[in-house]
Ligand binder design. Sequence first.
Ligand code: ARG
Length: 462
Amino acid sequence: MSSLWSGRFDAAPDAQAFQFGASFRIDRRLFEDDVAGSIAWTRAIAKAGVLSADEARRIEQALDAMLARGRANPDFVSGDDEDVHSFVERLLVDELGDAGRRLHTGRSRNEQVSLDLRLYLRRRIPLLQRAIAAVVEALAAQAASAGRALMPAFTHFRPAQPVLVAHFFLSHAAPLRRDFARFDAARAEADALPLGSGAIAGTAYAIDVDMLARDLGFSRIVDNSIDASSDRDFAATFLYACALTMVHLSRLAEDLVILCGDEHRFFELSDALSTGSSMMPQKKNPDPLELVRGKSGRVIGHLLGLLTTIKGLPTGYNKDLQEDKEAVFGAEDTMAGSLAVVRSVVDGLTLDRERTAAAASGLLLATDVADYLVGRGVPFRRAHEIVGALVRKLVADRRDFGSLSLAEWRDASDRFDPDVVDRVTPGASVAAKRTPQSTAPAAVDARLAEVRRWLDDLGKLC
Ligand code: ARG
C-alpha cells in the first residue's frame, strides 16, 4: 500500500509502524462526512479555478456514487488504507486518474479530520438527544401514572420528608433536560467550518469559505488556522456532555437498584429487564442498571483521556489528536446503549403504592410538626427543640406521631391542639408546600405539564 506521502521517502513504511498509526478501522465511521466535505471542496476549488467544470462534475459524480455504495454496503468502506481520507482519495484516483489527484489541492488532512468530526457530531448529537428525550418521556409517564402516591425523599440516605412519587420521577427528568440543552451547546460549538485553514497557515487558493460554509451548513468559520488544526474543544465539550449525562443515568440507576431492592421494594423491575442467579434461585438482579452505573466510569474516562491527550500538545496539529475519535465514538456508543436500556427499565417499573406510602409516614413528619408550632407563634429554633425531644421519646418507645394522645402532645407543648392530628400526615405535608419547585401536588402537576409541553415541542421539531 503506498501512502499519501510516499514521494518524500526512499523506503516503504514499516508495516508494524504503519498499522500502529493507521486509524481507518476507527475513522471509517466518518466516511459519509468525509465524502460530503470532499464534494463541497470540489466545488470550492472549481470556483477557485483549480478544476475545470468537467473535472469537477466527474469528481462530484464519482463521490456521489461512492457515498451511495458505502451507504448500501458498509463493508465497502474498508481496506489497508491509513485512514478514511486516504481511502476516499485512493478510490477517486483509481477511478478518475489525474482529476482525482487534483482534489486535495490546497487542503490538508488536518483540517479535513476536524471537518469530518464536526459534521459527524452535528448529525449524531440530535440522535442522542432524542434518546435522552425518550428517557424523560418514560419518567414523565411514570410521574403521571403515580398520581398522588407518596414516598419518602432522602437526605444522607435517611428518610427526610414525604414527597409525591411523581416528584421523585421528575427529579430525574430535570438533569436529563439540562443534558439535552448541554448537547445543543456542544453541537453549536462544533458548528464552525475549519476548511480554508490548510495544514496550519491557511490556503493559497481563492477558496470562498463563506460559500463552503453555506454548502456544508455551517453557521460560521473558525477564527484562526493554527488553532483550527489542533482545536478539539468541541470534542471535549461533547464528551463532557456525555460524561455528565452518564453521571445522571448512573444516579438514576443507583436509586432504582436500591429502591427496587428487598429492603425498600418501592418499585418492581420488570422480569424482562432483570437477571437471575446461576446459584441462588430467589435472586432477581438489576444487571442492566448496574451496567449503566458501571459504564459511566468508561465515559468519564473518555473525557479525561482526551483532556490528558490535548493538555501538553505543542501548537498546531499533532498525531496525538487521532486519539479523539475512539473517545468520541466510544462515549457515543456507550451512552446510546445506556439511554436505551434505562428507558426500557423506567417504562417497565411497577409502583407499590402501599409500601411507598407506609415509608412516607412516621417520624419523617417531624418538620411538619415543627412547622405546626411555628404557625402557632413558636420561634422555629424553639419548635425544633420541642419536636426533637418528642422524637427522642418516640424513638425510645418505638412509636410515632400517630400514636400520641392529645395529653401527650400537650405535654410536649401547650400550643398543640386536636387539629395537629390531621395536619401531621404525609398528604398534608406535601399539600402544605408553597413553592413552584416543591412537591405540592399543584406544583408537581404544573411541572409535569411543562415537561410534556417540552416533549410535544420536540416532537414537532423532529
Ligand atoms: N488520521 C488523522 C487523525 O485522525 C488524520 C489527520 C492526519 N494528519 C496528519 N498530518 N498526519 O488525526
